[in-house]
Design a protein around this ligand. Structure first.
Ligand SMILES: Cc1cc2nc3c(=O)[nH]c(=O)nc-3n(C[C@H](O)[C@H](O)[C@H](O)COP(=O)(O)OP(=O)(O)OC[C@H]3O[C@@H](n4cnc5c(N)ncnc54)[C@H](O)[C@@H]3O)c2cc1C
Length: 512
């Protein structure tokens, strides 16, 4: 299946040769994720403004592994992820989990799970207060969310879901809900389990942060059931603009400064290993949560002590660079699902995959047309539950009342090593707003060396207690009578694991 072929071909006319002659750009953008592509698109609307976007990873535009929603789970571990590993986590008994970040045109939006939600309004209001930028306030930003998206709700949906259509417009990011045929057969059981245990339906695209989302929304183009990500949403708009150039396989290794003013970058063409210097009036770093601070540190912007220790000349002593690193680590259980649930294991079998592929290619329907996980629940724990955890819960209690503490989801795939002949489904819980944060640090001054990533998972006593509460809760739900019709038997941690001590032990030492 090809998407928007005309737009793709035109788009490719603005991908320059890998080596370009040095000239003065108005803006050089580091990183071709959603932030980078949106900036390239907006800045190059002015035909006199010369923009260069440099992306470390490959071009992604013809890749059906990326565009086919159901293949999302298989993209980690490929060239489309940086495949980072965190440093061993003391709180996880020394386990060092993988830490994935998108690599290639589209960045994270090329490999993510396409779940589209916007978060609690108080998050944006907090950003506005912190930054002094009123445009970040929810009541203002919602207009930009609206401007950037369009919404599709199928007429044949057979599930309840509140959908506020007023916060969507008619722009390029597709947000769609699943039709009846796309929903995973397990979904009714999953949703009913939570609803009978206190979950409420909510629209988490409308400023609400707490509740159950059913049937999406997903950033999937409903016309051809392909991933709607930064490349088609914003990259294709660049077609025919001679003032913008995009280079893939181009790693920015250093921001150059005159005094403390950024004057451009050095980048390496990864296909030839040649290094080029780009001069630019503005240098925009949109390289993601790991690589933005990493590049700043490599360029001499960061904590003086850390830079001096590595022999990097200090341009600006900025102690915050690389701090406040957050990630949501999953606590995972897995069970064998009934054979009618199409899992990754089945799709790995060419004979079983063939009819699904044929259906998808012919009609853009069937299991490949959706991500294989239709619903999720964001829960706020009551003060009574928090108090019952027996640890200091000042932080989780202090969060604005529209913030959830835990997220519960499932995937039609094994997320841990999976035994042969199992039809594994994973259900998992994540801390949505951890108290403890970690850091991004350099190991050496060489841009090729892996950074030291410490996400500090479950790094406060309330984080650990809430994570374990969430894990026990998802175990209880997946072991409940409502799930029994789809849950054949438990693969991990195993139905014999029931005591608090055993549950904790399986989660803090679980395989990666
Ligand atoms: C596995 C996974 C699943 C996710 N699931 C969801 C989901 O379901 N829903 C959701 O809303 N969000 C999800 N996310 C998060 C979402 O994708 C990110 O929040 C988003 O992509 C961040 O955008 P960004 O532009 O800031 O950074 P990124 O998307 O990380 O883009 C940064 C880009 O910069 C490039 N880059 C880095 N360093 C350099 C360098 N030195 N030189 C040149 N280029 C460089 C990178 O290769 C990358 O392409 C997921 C993320 C991952 C990794």
């Amino acid at each position: 299946m090809k998407l928007h072929l005309g737009a793709q071909l035109a788009f490719h006319s603005c991908i320059g040769a890998t080596a370009i002659s040095p000239e003065l750009y108005d803006a050089v953008i580091v990183g071709g994720g959603p932030a980078g592509f949106v900036l390239a698109s907006r800045l190059s609307e002015n035909p006199n403004f010369k923009v260069l976007l440099l992306e470390n990873g490959p071009d992604t535009y013809t890749n059906e592994t990326i565009t086919t929603p159901r293949y999302a789970g298989g993209l980690r571990g490929t060239q489309y992820s940086w495949n980072f590993t965190s440093i061993p986590q003391a709180t996880l008994n020394g386990v060092a989990p993988y830490l994935h970040q998108g690599n290639g045109f589209g960045g994270g939006t090329a490999i993510n799970y396409m779940v589209y939600c916007r978060g609690a309004s108080s998050v944006f209001d907090e950003w506005a207060d912190l930054s002094g930028l009123d445009g970040l306030r929810w009541e203002n930003l919602v207009n930009d969310f609206k401007k950037s998206t369009n919404l599709f709700v199928p007429s044949d949906r057979d599930y309840e879901q509140i959908i506020d259509t007023t916060t969507f417009g008619d722009d390029h990011v597709n947000v769609s809900y699943e039709s009846t045929g796309q929903r995973v057969p397990i979904d009714d059981s999953f949703v009913n389990t939570w609803i009978t245990n206190g979950a409420k339906d909510a629209d988490l695209t409308s400023g609400d942060g707490i509740g159950m989302m059913v049937g999406g929304g997903c950033s999937i183009n409903p016309v051809n059931a392909t991933r709607s990500y930064a490349l088609p949403a914003y990259g294709f708009q660049l077609a025919g603009r001679p003032n913008v150039q995009l280079l893939h396989d181009s790693r920015v290794i250093k921001i150059n400064f005159e005094g403390t003013k950024a004057i451009g970058v050095d980048y390496v063409d990864l296909s030839t290993s040649n290094t080029y210097t780009i001069r630019s009036k503005e240098t925009i770093v949109s390289a993601g949560a790991v690589s933005s601070p990493r590049l700043l540190l490599l360029s001499g912007v960061g904590p003086k002590d850390h830079l001096e220790e590595l022999g990097i000349p200090v341009v600006v002593d900025s102690p915050e660079v690389g701090l406040n690193f957050f990630d949501h680590h999953y606590t995972i259980m897995m069970f064998n699902a009934t054979p009618d649930i199409v899992t990754a294991k089945q799709l790995d079998d060419p004979a079983l995959l063939a009819p699904f592929l044929a259906e998808y290619q012919a009609n853009a329907t069937g299991p490949l047309s959706s991500v294989g996980a239709s619903s999720f629940f964001a829960e706020r724990l009551s003060d009574e539950v928090l108090d019952s955890l027996g640890v200091n819960v000042t932080f989780p209690k202090s969060l604005p009342k529209d913030r959830p503490h835990l997220l519960y989801e499932y995937a039609s795939a094994g997320m841990l090593p999976t035994p042969d002949n199992s039809n594994a489904v994973s259900a998992f819980a994540a801390l949505i707003q951890p108290e403890a944060s970690g850091s991004v640090r350099l190991n050496t001054s060489d841009w090729r060396d892996e950074p030291l990533l410490d996400p500090n998972y479950f790094g406060s006593e309330s984080d650990m207690a809430i994570a374990l509460y969430g894990y026990k809760r998802i175990l209880a739900m997946m072991r409940s009578d409502t799930m029994r019709s789809v849950n054949v038997n438990e693969i991990y941690p195993g139905s014999n694991v029931t005591s608090d001590a055993d549950i904790k032990a399986t989660q803090i030492s679980k395989p990666r």
